[in-house]
Each structure stands twice: as C-alpha cells, then as structure tokens.
Design a protein. Structure first.
Length: 322
C-alpha cells in the first residue's frame, strides 16, 4: 500500500468535507451575500492544477478520483453562486419598484468577504442547533393567508433588524379564533412586539355586529398583554381597493381600538407610497456606526407591507387577505 497516496487522499477528503455543507447552506440562503466568487474560482484553479500534475506524472489512481470529486462539489458551489446572484437581482428589482419618488440613497457598507465562509460550514455542522429553533422576545407578524407569503427572515436580514422576526400568520384566521390561536402558537415566544393584520374574514361580523367585533379585538389585545404587558402592538388596516363603506367603518373601529389601547395603527392605503430603500439606507448607516436601535413597529410594517403590496397584491385580483 502506498501510504503517501493514502495520506494525500485523506488530506483531500478533509479539505473537501466542508464544501457539501457550504453548498447546502448557500442554496438554502437564496442570496449571494457572504459568498466570494474569487475565492471559489481560486479553489477550483487549485484542484485543476493538482489534477493536471497527477496526469502529467501518470498517477491515475484513487487519489485522482478524489481530486475530481472535490472539483465537482466546488464547481456546484459556483453554480449556486450564480443562481443566488440571479435571485438577489430579482429581489433588488422588486424592492426598487416601490420607490415612486426620488430618495437619497446611502451606499451600503459591505462586510469584507473572508475564507470564514468555507470553514464556518464545518463548524456549524459540528455545533449545529436544532432546526426551526425560535427565540423569545422577538417580533411576531400575525395575519392571514397572504401575510404568510411575506419572507420576514429575508427582509429582516436585508434591513439589518437587530431582533428576531417570525411570521405566525394563519390562513383563514378570524378574530373570534385569534385569542386562542395566540395562546397556543405564539404566547410561548413571549413576543416584545406583534403586528396584527386581521379583519378580512370578519367583514360580515363588523357590519352586522360591530360591538362584538370590537370585543373580539380587545380580547385579543388583552390576551397579548397578559403574556407581556410591555408588548408593543401594531394594528394594520384591512385593504379596501373598492372603497367599500363597510370596510372603511371596520378600519375606523380598528384605528379607534389602536388609539384606546395605545397601539400603533398602520394603514395599508399608504403601502404604495412607502419607500423601503430609504429605510434600508438609514438601517445600513446605523449598522455601520455600531448603533443598536430597535426599529419601531411602524417601520417594520412599512417594510413588510410595501413588499407585500408590490410582490403579492397583484396576484389577488381585488384584495389582500388579512
């Protein structure tokens, strides 16, 4: 047995072990941020040089096969990079469409790319945390069917949120069920902030029995405050593209409840005029200065629902589902 070849193959296996983990992580991230194209090309060039040297010396053995295996995995990482770059471009185009008025843009401060992207994958595999681990003291989005499609984690990363943001929206959720739903699905997270977008499924109730509508809404708020009396609460209006007077009346009730409970009120009518790019510029500036600012729920809602309006609203012919 040629121990030199065996040790060389072992070296290659050790070097290559982290690459499948890195590819998986990059594929799931759906963004090229944090990936380094020059570094990937440098690694590929190194493997090609090693293969060439083996072939020139006529060393056609299992070590050469390991070289090709590593090269293939790294090459796949290159494909993922360009796929993620394309996704970043599409996401950037969608966000730019929101800005209808001129805004001052501050150039984003990019973190220096290092080789840590390669080694961190192995470290995360060894010290990996359970999947879907949710932390307490975050901010919750609690809405309906369309709200579920808002990519809160992606947006939280793009806008440098310094707190956890979870989407706990539920299709078909009504106010009569909301308090019980919060207790079962959200209360254990002890949220410090919650954005509520409910009411679309309660339009008949709001029209026929507005007093009961108010009771359900107030009961939900009391359930939230019983979990955390200092919880920040924001109530989002029901979209009304057809200018339905009954929905206008419902939104008036929601606004009155927000004022009475010292909660924020967010009107979806303003979604088309919001400018998340200017918010991102301010966020990046604060981040680069090392400022630890907890973003107001109004700003969070602007980011989430401007994205929702420009990316999802067009898919529903006449309304956003709350």
């Amino acid at each position: 047995m040629n121990y030199a070849h065996l040790l060389e193959a072992l070296m290659l296996i050790c070097f290559g072990f982290s690459w499948p983990l890195n590819v998986t992580k990059a594929y799931k991230a759906r963004t090229a941020k944090g990936m380094s194209l020059p570094f990937i090309i440098l690694i590929i060039s190194g493997y090609i040089a090693g293969i060439w040297a083996k072939m020139m010396n006529g060393q056609f053995n299992y070590v050469l096969a390991v070289y090709f295996l590593n090269l293939g995995i790294v090459a796949f990482n290159l494909l993922v990079y360009f796929r993620n770059k394309s996704l970043d471009k599409k996401a950037g185009s969608a966000v730019k469409e929101v800005a209808a008025l001129p805004v001052i843009k501050i150039e984003e401060v990019q973190k220096e790319e290092t080789m840590f992207n390669y080694t961190n994958s192995l470290d995360e595999y060894i010290n990996r945390k359970p999947k879907h681990e949710e932390k307490e003291n975050g901010v919750i989005l609690m809405g309906g069917s369309l709200d579920r499609s808002i990519p809160v984690s992606q947006l939280a990363g793009e806008f440098n949120f310094n707190f956890e943001l979870y989407n706990k929206s539920e299709a078909g959720l009504s106010l009569s069920e909301a308090g019980n739903y919060f207790s079962k699905k959200i209360a254990s997270l002890k949220p410090e902030g919650i954005i509520i977008h409910l009411g679309e499924n309660d339009s008949v109730l709001a029209r026929t029995n507005p007093s009961l509508f108010d009771t359900y809404y107030l009961s939900l708020i009391q359930t939230i405050k019983a979990c955390n009396k200092a919880c920040r609460i924001a109530l989002v209006s029901v979209d009304n593209p057809e200018n339905d007077k009954s929905i206008d009346a419902m939104n008036a009730h929601i606004k009155a409840i927000a004022q009475a409970e010292k909660a924020s009120y967010i009107s979806l009518e303003n979604a088309k005029f919001w400018h998340p790019e200017s918010v991102k510029a301010a966020s990046n500036f604060a981040y680069s200065m090392g400022l630890n600012i907890r973003k107001p729920l109004n700003d969070v809602a602007e980011i989430l629902y401007s994205w929702m309006y420009h990316n999802l609203a067009g898919k529903t012919a006449d309304k956003m589902v709350g």
